[in-house]
Structure formats: structure tokens, C-alpha cells
Unconditional design. Structure first.
Length: 289
């Protein structure tokens, strides 16, 4: 019974195994980035950047059809251009970076949908917006795993200044000029992981696997390393459980994964040991922090 429910779908079907590996790869790459977005109070910027890659991927689709590397390359270029453009506007004008990203996000979403609609069908548009993790082939899987590997290496290289910038950005600016390059490298990591997520979950759901496990982890750990570990675990569990629910209940795989992550977030809000509602309501001993 347990074998049929939990193991058989992955043992019998290759597309389920590819989807599981892709989900795990996204968990290891995207969830740590989500933690830093949360700590830097940039959570909604992840959503804006997820939509920013759409026009680049749409141009790749318009020129080359459903070519994996055209879609990924177009998305990476568009994401980098919009991230740099929003930063330049924020520095050259009085507009804040989040506001300029919001403007780019709305324009990008409308432009991307228009471009896809010019050549593709409603099915193509739904694929761009919501993805299909069960349709991940070997090439897409290698791309996701490759982007995750590069992301983890870069994150390891900038880990210390990135943590310091989260804790005390003023001190980092006073002792080092690494703040600007680290910020740009971090935005590059956001774009890379969103492009990887786009291959499986589409632009509208890719940010979900990045942010929901991250915000849920805040209720279980207080240090950054602990939050990253918990976020990765929640994301991986969401991928595994969401795929099983999708298989047994005949539901869309991407939304099922994100809904499981959302359920774990709700559970964490109530039962989390680091600030959950029930934990805060419990009587504490005198002088207990």
C-alpha cells in the first residue's frame, strides 16, 4: 500500500523521476535565494523578476519556437537587462528600485503575453505562464541542474558579504566596496533560478518554490544557516508531495507543488517554534526569552 502510494509512481514512470529530480534541483537552488530575498525585504522583487524574464523567453519562442536554449537564453538576457535597468533608474532618479521593478514587471508581463499570442496558441501561453513539470525532458533537466550548480557555487563565494549585508549593510559599505558587486551577483542568482524554475513551473509559479519555503522557514529557525536548511527541506518535500498528489488526483503538477508549499507555510505560521501563533500563545517561564 505504501509502495503503491509513495514509490510506485517514480519507479514505474521515467517522466515522474525526471520531474522529481528537477523539483529537488530547484529546491536546492531557489530556496536559499528566497531566504536572502526575505531577509533583504525584497520578497516581492522575486515576483517582479519572474515576470521580467517572460518577454525574453517569448522572443526566443517567436524566433526559434519551443527551443529550450532559446527560451532559457532569452529569459536570462531579459532578466539581466531589466535588473540592471531598474537599478540604473533607481540610482539616476528619485524612484526607488522596487517601484522601477514594478513598472518593468507590468510592462514585461504584457509584452511577453502579446509576443507569445502573436505566434503561439492558448496552450503555448499556458505553458509559458504555468509550466509543466511533468513534461521536463532530459535537456531541460540538465539545464535546471546546471543552473542550480552554478548558483550554489556563486552563492558560496558571496555568502559572507551577502550575510553581512543582510545584518548590517552600513558596516559592509564602511569596510568594503563589495556591496555593489555582491548586489548585482545576487540579482543574477535570482534571475538564474527563476529561469530554471520557468522551465518547470512557468513564470507565474516559479517564484512560489523560491519564496514560500523561505518565508515558512522563518518560523522554524532564527539563524540564516538554519533557515536555508529548513527552506530547502520544505521545498524538496513540497516537490515530492505535490508530484504524488498530481499523479493520484490527476491535478496540474505545478500548482499542486505550490499549494503543498502554501499549506506548509500555513502550518508554520500556526505551529512554528520560532514565532508561530501557538508558540507565542503558550505561557513562558519568568525571564524566558
Amino acid at each position: 500500500m505504501i509502495y503503491d502510494a509513495l514509490i510506485a509512481p517514480f519507479a514505474e514512470f521515467e517522466f515522474m523521476r525526471r520531474a522529481l529530480v528537477g523539483s529537488f534541483a530547484l529546491s536546492f537552488g531557489a530556496a536559499p535565494i528566497g531566504v536572502f530575498l526575505m531577509l533583504r525585504r525584497m520578497s516581492l522583487i522575486g515576483d517582479a523578476m519572474a515576470h521580467a524574464i517572460l518577454p525574453g523567453a517569448a522572443v526566443g519562442f517567436l524566433l526559434f519556437g519551443l527551443s529550450l536554449f532559446a527560451l532559457a537564453g532569452g529569459g536570462l538576457i531579459a532578466g539581466f537587462v531589466i535588473a540592471v535597468g531598474a537599478g540604473l533608474i533607481a540610482r539616476a532618479t528619485e524612484l526607488k528600485e522596487d517601484a522601477s521593478l514594478a513598472a518593468f514587471f507590468l510592462i514585461s508581463l504584457a509584452l511577453g503575453v502579446t509576443i507569445v499570442s502573436m505566434k503561439g496558441s492558448n496552450v503555448d501561453l499556458l505553458h509559458f505562464l504555468f509550466g509543466s513539470v511533468l513534461a521536463v525532458d532530459d535537456a531541460a533537466l540538465f539545464l535546471i541542474v546546471g543552473l542550480t550548480s552554478v548558483s550554489l557555487v556563486i552563492l558560496a563565494l558571496i555568502w559572507r558579504p551577502l550575510v553581512l549585508e543582510c545584518v548590517d549593510p552600513g558596516f559592509l559599505r564602511s569596510v568594503s566596496g563589495a556591496g555593489g558587486p555582491v548586489h548585482l551577483a545576487f540579482l543574477a542568482l535570482v534571475v538564474m533560478n527563476l529561469v530554471g524554475g520557468f522551465q518547470a513551473l512557468g513564470t507565474l509559479l516559479a517564484v512560489g518554490i523560491m519564496m514560500l519555503p523561505a518565508v515558512a522557514s522563518r518560523f522554524w529557525a532564527r539563524d540564516i544557516t538554519g533557515m536555508v536548511a529548513v527552506a530547502v527541506g520544505i521545498a524538496a518535500f513540497s516537490g515530492f508531495t505535490g508530484l504524488l498528489i498530481s499523479y493520484h488526483a490527476s491535478l496540474p503538477s505545478g500548482p499542486a507543488i505550490i499549494l503543498v508549499a502554501g499549506g506548509l507555510y500555513a502550518f508554520s505560521v500556526v505551529f512554528g517554534r520560532a514565532g508561530g501563533l501557538l508558540w507565542q500563545a503558550m505561557p513562558r517561564r519568568h525571564l524566558e526569552a
